[in-house]
Design a binder for this molecule. Structure first.
Ligand code: 5GP
Ligand code: MG
Length: 199
């Protein structure tokens, strides 16, 4: 696996330090305004490892909800319209929701899931992302808590995949160009990314 990586963008120690800080910031925000507890809604699969670490830094009463969303269909390498693969498994009506995703890129995923939570009657919605690509994030989709701003490169590791692999890398890294090219069948094309199956 290491041979496929060209460089580490964020090492594991730095991720761990930042997740602790995010935990403090989030706990402080919710402690001030509610003691009824929160519902942490996680967008699978990319946010899987992030949320597991983050929730253990939150000494709050909480329920956990999951929703699986995909925005990469077929052999495309830039995100399309996000689609819900598995719907939300918990009732958020009247709940304070913390929505957690791996990365805020074009904002399509957070916009769509946020709308669903509003429709389901969430009392409040805040969003937390581990990564944000500020080059692309649109003004109408903001995250309340952000781990790191990164350059506009396709990254893997710490839950983020390429073709459903590399999620178990402990660091956030950039793969060698050959890995993407091989998956694309050696062709160039306009798409920057190859085709992760789900997020
Ligand atoms: P959006 O464009 O809707 O903000 O982001 C869509 C989803 O695409 C993210 O939730 C994430 O799962 C995936 N994504 C966006 N950028 C990257 C990236 O650099 N690496 C990986 N592995 N997934 C990404
Ligand atoms: Mg995702």
């Amino acid at each position: 696996m290491d041979a496929d990586i060209i460089r580490i963008l964020i090492p594991r120690e730095e991720i761990a330090r930042r997740v602790r800080e995010l935990g403090e910031q989030i706990a402080c925000t919710y402690e001030r305004e509610n003691d009824a507890g929160i519902t942490v809604v996680t967008i699978l699969s990319g946010a899987l490892i992030f949320v597991a670490d983050l929730m253990r830094q939150l000494p709050l009463k909480m329920k956990v909800g999951l929703i699986m969303v995909s925005s990469y269909a077929g052999p495309r390498t830039s995100p399309g319209e996000p689609k819900v693969i598995h719907g939300l498994n918990t009732d958020v009506a009247g709940r304070h929701v913390l929505l957690v995703d791996d990365i805020l890129d074009t904002g399509g995923t957070l916009r769509m899931v946020r709308r669903r939570l509003e429709e389901a009657g969430a009392r409040s919605i805040r969003t937390c992302v581990l990564l944000r690509k500020p080059a692309k994030a649109p003004p109408d989709v903001q995250a309340d808590f952000i781990g790191f701003d990164i350059e506009d490169a396709f990254v893997v590791g710490y839950g983020l995949d390429f073709d459903d692999q590399y999620r178990n890398l402990p660091d956030i890294a950039v793969l060698r160009e050959e890995i993407y090219a091989r998956r694309r069948g050696g062709g160039g094309g306009n798409d920057r990314f190859a085709s992760p199956n789900d997020q």
